[in-house]
Design a protein around this ligand. Structure first.
Ligand code: IFM
Length: 415
């Protein structure tokens, strides 16, 4: 019998758990000016202490899946020493999910690195793939009831925001390091995939790619078209292309070129994880350092400033399938919306777009809403509310937003 469609929600450890004091982000947050409003992750949504309650929220939503991340710095706060109590917490969380009929999907790296690793180069440490694979093997061994694994969340975002724009740790702006970070993440993904599969041969493994719908601002302008193609190649496709070909090739104006064999990447993914939020209009901008400008379109906006553009969701779903012929899991999709007016409509339009892609033949295996709860939105702090459940951070109470009912209708087959 075919697996049921996965209707889930997604979170990441540092954004919801609270108290993740041993990673690079915690340190970064203490530096003045890094996070909007001077926010710090602090207690976040206190999910660490409220797992049972939050699993109840999933049940109330009718969800049959949940994507979460294992915080590496919790289970290995000091290099080479596992924290058994922290591992037991995740083992228990998986058991609670299973008992509630919720399929767990575990992400191994969702933006944060243990401080001990950051101190010796983070992704650029020469042994990053090895230590990451060691963590992956341990996770697969301890969480052997998890079948769905995401090795790395949005490696393209880490590359751009951490190493080009410098707004995520390690906060550098250097195209040479950006390319090295891309290669390191791919090598790490490959090593982690091998490690997970060795322990769990039935594991279903993927990367979660942040795909944007990139369109030339002026489609009649050949230079806009050219830079759009280049941007899409680097941002949307370079990582999975490397997996497909077992070869890492990066060739984008302004970045050093790379062309190296990586046979360990072949067969390292079973599905294409797709995170979709918006489109960008791309133009040639000769007077800017990057020579390329990315702008939002003029449709309605979310609190992130992103345009609500469901047509782009259908386009990237179709493009990913046409390019890789791998089943797709929508590992994230959602909006930041304090008003609570935009979320229900945006959810409806995006599910319709996904269904249009499916009707056109794209095999989508699941849809994970970002996010279950309001949470710490990285450099944007707490003002951006992505949750299906609104969190009152003073009391940690969760309140259903207007979109919960619609999500439940989808998850239970009523819509
Ligand atoms: O909150 C983030 C998440 O951590 C990664 N994908 C995008 C989300 C919204 O910006």
């Amino acid at each position: 019998m075919a697996d049921p469609f996965l209707w889930g929600t997604a979170t990441a450890a540092h954004q919801v758990e609270g108290g993740n004091i041993h990673n690079d982000w915690w340190r970064f947050e203490q530096e003045p000016g890094r996070i909007a409003g001077g926010d710090r992750s602090g207690a976040a949504a206190d999910h660490w202490n409220r797992v049972a309650h939050d699993v109840g929220l999933m049940t109330a939503l009718g969800a049959n899946a949940y994507r979460f991340s294992v915080e590496w710095s919790r289970v290995e706060p000091t290099e080479g020493r596992w924290d058994d109590a922290a591992w037991d917490h995740y083992v228990d969380e998986v058991a609670q999910l299973r008992a509630a009929g919720v399929v767990p999907m575990a992400t191994l790296l969702h933006f944060t690195l243990p401080a001990w690793l950051a101190d010796r180069g983070g992704l650029l440490a020469t042994d990053f793939p090895d230590v990451f694979a060691r963590f992956a093997a341990e996770a697969a061994t301890r969480l052997s009831d998890v079948r769905w694994w995401v090795t790395i969340n949005e490696p393209n975002v880490v590359m751009v925001l951490g190493y080009v724009e410098g707004v995520f740790p390690p906060a550098v702006r250097d195209p040479r390091l950006a390319v090295r970070a891309a290669v390191a993440q791919l090598r790490g993904h490959g090593a982690a995939s091998v490690a997970v599969r060795r322990v769990l041969p039935d594991a279903r493994i993927g990367l979660a790619h942040h795909l944007a719908d990139l369109q030339p601002k002026n489609p009649a302008n050949p230079v806009d078209r050219l830079v759009t193609g280049q941007s899409a190649q680097l941002f949307n496709w370079a990582f999975q292309d490397a997996v497909t070909h077992g070869r890492i090739r990066l060739r984008t104006a302004g970045f050093p070129s790379v062309d190296v064999e990586a046979p360990e990447l072949l067969g390292s993914t079973d599905f294409f994880g797709l995170n979709y939020y918006n489109r960008y209009l791309i133009s040639f901008a000769p007077r800017t350092p990057a020579k390329v400008a990315w702008e939002y379109g003029d449709g309605p906006k979310t609190d992130m400033g992103y345009e609500v553009y469901p047509a782009g969701f259908e386009r990237v779903l179709r493009a990913a399938w046409e390019r890789y012929r791998l089943p797709v899991v929508v590992t994230e999709n959602g909006v930041a919306d304090d008003s609570e007016w935009v979320r229900p409509a945006a959810l409806k339009w995006h599910v319709e777009a996904m269904r249009a892609a499916m009707a056109a033949g794209v095999p989508v295996l699941g849809y994970f809403y970002w996010s279950l709860l309001d949470n710490f939105e990285w450099a944007e702090g707490y003002a951006k509310r992505f949750g299906l459940y609104r969190v009152d951070y003073a009391t940690q109470e969760r309140h259903p937003t207007a979109a919960c009912e619609l999500f439940r209708a989808y998850a239970t087959g009523q819509a």
